[in-house]
Design a binder for this molecule. Sequence first.
Ligand SMILES: [Zn+2]
Length: 569
Amino acid sequence: MRDAGHFLIRSLLAEKLISEADVQRASESAASKNIDAVDALVGLGIISSRRIAIERAKICEYPFVDLTHFDVDFHNTRLMPRAVAEKLVVYPLFCFDGVSTVAMLDPLNLQAIDQVRQVLKGDIDPVICDAEQLRALIARAYSLSAASGASGSAGDEQTERTTGEEPIVAAVNQILAGAVDMGASDIHINPDEAELILRYRVDGVLQSLQGPQKSAHAGIVQRLKVLAQLDLTQTRRPQDGKFRFHPRSGAPVDIRLSIMPTVHGENVVMRLLRSARSIGAIRDLSMPEDMTQHYEALISRPNGMILVTGPTGSGKTTTLFAALSQLNSTTRNIITIEDPVEIRLPVVRQVQVNAEIGLTFAAALRSILRQDPDIVLVGEIRDNETAKIAAQAALTGHLVLSTLHTNDAIGTIARLRDFDVPAFAITNALLAAMAQRLVRRVCDACAESDVPDPHLMLEYGLSNAMAIGLRRGCGCVKCGQTGFRGRVGAYEMLRMTPGLQAVIEGAASRSELAIAAAKDGFRPMWRDGVDKACRGITSLSEVERLRTVIEARLESVDGAASTSTRAAA
Ligand SMILES: [Zn+2]
């Protein structure tokens, strides 16, 4: 090993890919951390693991395989126990005519070659891969396909032996653990005629994965029903339940399970609920600084209404709960009415809407107001009655937090009017309306400077100096080649000001409202998006996508008003 590493370093030096000083730094770091000098070069960011793999391939005269362009057969996990793959960092890519092509890091490691030969019981053809990519591939392959071991076919004993669990139990655990690892919000298990389709919703987008075999379907559904204490004999009626999953590391996750019978069997959808611990403070929402200050000041008011708007999955709940968890104290009586309760907060009383027994938002709100709360969170205002009671509560000494379905903050005014809330109640009760959308974060692992289209620069009024921080992701294993990883909010806040009050009382049109708002410092959310792009958090193309979506919706609602807001901002 040491010799091979030494040889590799000499050749990197000869090609001027690294300097003598780099080698010095790497060997010091290697000695202190007790790792290989080559690993230290990568760890210090002197050279990429990919470059190392390419150089090593040249020296060993084995082919380098770029796993990003490779369709990997996850079923090959059956050929090799997970422990072996992880320990030796090897994976059988494909097998043909008794010879297995095996992805590995160092084919000169003869001990590893011998072990792989024994496990695969035949000849092997090594190829060299990037260490990061190969490790990611191994983790993904085994987390997904352990479930195929549940089919009961031959050759599965290994999966069973390595995990020490019943195959079905292991399969379900792998599906759940995989979702937690990937930060998924939902898990879908959809049976169709021939196969079982497993999908995770990550950053709002459904991603298909290699699922377990169709034959494991009934077992998986049974296991989930056991976890959620549902009726095992019932397969023809929808069922809902909840259970707690304990991953091997990290906090337990509450999961809401919904099972729906279809022609191809029971369809499973699971939602991973976040714990109160995952809710940060208002400061952690990445709002613009002035908006953070306004929001913090507004929630400490004794009464009034704060509304957050945006489509489902735009992070409204997180924004409101950040305020609640900041307000959460034993001296204040906080009650929430939700449909369904998504995040549990200590001390806060949380009521779940139940239409079947007549407990609607309006009915719940009315009875809750009799219990003298200081702060009420209403999950959503979606009818006249709820809107009017909420406004009344805000006018009579309660702080009301809620969400609305509108395209933007200015649209809130029209929406409240539609619900027959009188103008004086809007101007006196409403403290602020916020709107938000989530934009994708540029993947830090593959980000590079972005030089956008000059038209786009002009469109957003960006000078070269402002554009200096723009970034885009070029796609890597960490972000699944998308160039994005995680999401961040883009926000706008319409505060009630005397200027705005005057136009609302005058029954102003949307564009009059927009002009009055802009005069008092209102900045549309795409502006916040552009600021975030200039700081390299998101990309300009992502902001363009956001603005196109919002404006398309606005134009379908009320003509060209949006273009005038853009000009005004
Ligand atoms: Zn990336």
